[in-house]
Write a protein that binds this ligand. Structure first.
Ligand code: ADE
Length: 231
C-alpha cells in the first residue's frame, strides 16, 4: 500500500508515523508513506498557498492551484483508489471504514488548515471526506495520522500476531474482553479465576460473555447497529 499525504504543516506528520507498528510495517515493505508539502507548489517568492475568503468571512482559505498541481503530479504517476479530505463534516471513521481502506493500493489524503480549503477542491478532486470525531481540530494532520494508524495495522503482516487484529475491539462490533497478566494477585487485586483454569473452552466462553456484557453496558448502540453495515 502507498499513502500520500498532502499538507501545509509536514512537521506535524513525521513523528507519529515513524514508530511502533507503522514503523515495522514500513520496514517490512508493507506500506510506503510520502508526506508532501503543499507550500512547495505555492505562488511566488513567498510560496503563498492561502488567500482571503470571498464574502469576507474572517480567516484564510487554502487556494486550489497548489493543491491541484500537486495532485495532478501524483495522479500522473499512479492511479489512486481514494482521494480523501480530512474534515469534521466527513464520514465518521469507524472499523468497517478502516477495514475498507486497508484493502486499497494507493490512497491520497489531503489535510485542511486555516479556515478550510476552496470548496471546489472538495467538489471536483476528492472522492471521500473523513472525520475522526465530532470536534474541530486545528488541521487535518493529526486526524490523517489516526486514519493511517487504523488502516496500516490491518494490513496482513503488520501485527506480529496476525490474529490479533481479528480479535480487536470493534472488529466484530463488540468491545474486547478485559486482559490480565502476571502476577495473578497484586495488592489483593485478583485476576478472574477462570483465566487461571487452563481450560481453553471455559476461557473463550468467559471472554465472549465479557465482550457482550461490556458492549451492552458501555456501548449499547454498537449492538443495536449490528445489521446493515456496508461501506
Ligand atoms: N479537521 C479538523 N477537525 C477534524 C476532524 N474532527 N476530523 C477530521 N479532520 C478534521
Amino acid at each position: 500500500m502507498r499513502i500520500d499525504i498532502l499538507t501545509v504543516v509536514p512537521e506535524l506528520l513525521g513523528d507519529p508515523l515513524n514508530y511502533s507498528i507503522i514503523k515495522r510495517a514500513k520496514d517490512k515493505g508493507l506500506v510506503e508513506i510520502y508526506i508532501h508539502d503543499i507550500r512547495e507548489y505555492g505562488k511566488g517568492n513567498y510560496r503563498q498557498v492561502d488567500d482571503y475568503s470571498y464574502g469576507g468571512d474572517a480567516g484564510m482559505v487554502l487556494t486550489i492551484e497548489p493543491i491541484h498541481k500537486l495532485m495532478d503530479e501524483l495522479k500522473a504517476q499512479r492511479e489512486y483508489d481514494e482521494i480523501i479530505y480530512m474534515s469534521p463534516d466527513g464520514q465518521l471513521l469507524d472499523q468497517p471504514l478502516a477495514n475498507h481502506l486497508s484493502c486499497k493500493t494507493n490512497i491520497m489524503i489531503l489535510c485542511g488548515h486555516y479556515k478550510g480549503i476552496d470548496h471546489r477542491i472538495r467538489e471536483h478532486l476528492i472522492t471521500r471526506e473523513i472525520s475522526i470525531g465530532n470536534y474541530v481540530l486545528s488541521g487535518g494532520e493529526l486526524a490523517a495520522a489516526i486514519v493511517c494508524d487504523s488502516i496500516i495495522r490491518l494490513i496482513p503482516g503488520a501485527l506480529s500476531d496476525e490474529t490479533s487484529a481479528l480479535s480487536d475491539c470493534f472488529q466484530d462490533n463488540l468491545l474486547s474482553p478485559p486482559v490480565y497478566t502476571r502476577p495473578a494477585e497484586y495488592n489483593g487485586w485478583k485476576v478472574p479465576e477462570v483465566l487461571l483454569s487452563g481450560n481453553p473452552k471455559l476461557i473463550s466462553r468467559w471472554q465472549e460473555e465479557q465482550a457482550w456484557e461490556r458492549t451492552r453496558l458501555l456501548r449499547p448502540e454498537l449492538i443495536e447497529g449490528m445489521e446493515g453495515e456496508d461501506k
